[in-house]
Design a protein around this ligand. Sequence first.
Ligand code: NDP
Length: 313
Amino acid sequence: MSEKIKCLIIGSGPAGYTAAIYAARADLKPVMIAGMEPGGQLMTTTEVDNYPGYPKGIQGPEMMEDFRKQAERFGTVVRYEFVSSVDFSSRPFKVTVNEKETLLAETVIISTGATAKWLEIESEQRLRKISGGVSACAVCDGFFFKGQDVAIVGGGDTAAEEATYLSKLCRKVYMLVRKDFLRASKAMQHRVENTPNIELLYNHETIQVLGETGVNGALIRNAKTKEERKIDITGFFVAIGHQPNTSIFKEQLELDAQGYIKTIPGTTQTSVEGVFASGDVQDKTYRQAVTAAGSGCMAALDAERWLASKGIH
Ligand code: NDP
């Protein structure tokens, strides 16, 4: 119990860094625990074209580097560690880092984001665990399938974006969509439909990913006709949404049915006074870098006002 921190931020995506910028400028001397994947989901993104202020677009990792520098410029202490447990039952809150050091915090801002989901079929998980050609990140792993044929599952913006990315590296990309329409934005639909080496397979589900030590195909089924067939691929990508990173909070805070942290509408206040949540960990609707950053700002302002209301300076 060595430190007492006015504002402890957990997670280092756009929400966490924006909270840090505002908290540091309000003289809350924030300490950020950056987590297992510093920078969050944007570290595995290529071009970000929809973040205001970057008229030519920017690479995700480069943008997060800018966020970090801006947060540190105002005095945020960034620690490259992970939070193993929290105790919000009394104040100051207790936050254990790397399973050994317990920090004391007057306020906590949770910005731990969300993580990719899997189909959870046996062959997918087996091949994924042995790095046998199954991946949830085209940007990270697409390079390994240069000139080869691959498949990607999903019909949202992530799947569409990753299919487009893969189409530039791979010979052919099968896009397996379980419904008869894409959920992705019109702009992304248009891009996918107009990419000659992407084959859109609507109403298709994956029965098995084939291969012992590496992917050599996938057995797929047309849900309408029930027809099964094998596609020859060496890479299998999954882009079917995300799971909020809230396992360490589930005994401490109110979560919704899907595990997202509940906040009081219009604020970042969680079910425990003095604990705030921002970014994808509490947002299953918008999930954009800019909305995450906006809610990070709100969390820092909420924390500052709460500290002032308690007379903590
Ligand atoms: P979404 O939840 O939007 O889409 C998930 C997709 O995966 C859907 O097509 C869904 O099908 C499908 N799916 C889910 N479970 C399964 C399953 N078990 N088997 C097969 N298919 C499945 O997730 P995304 O990650 O694509 O996007 C998340 C959010 O981030 C969205 O709001 C999106 O707009 C945003 N985003 C924005 C980007 C941008 O603006 N540049 C880039 C990437 C994401 P179904 O439709 O049938 O439910």
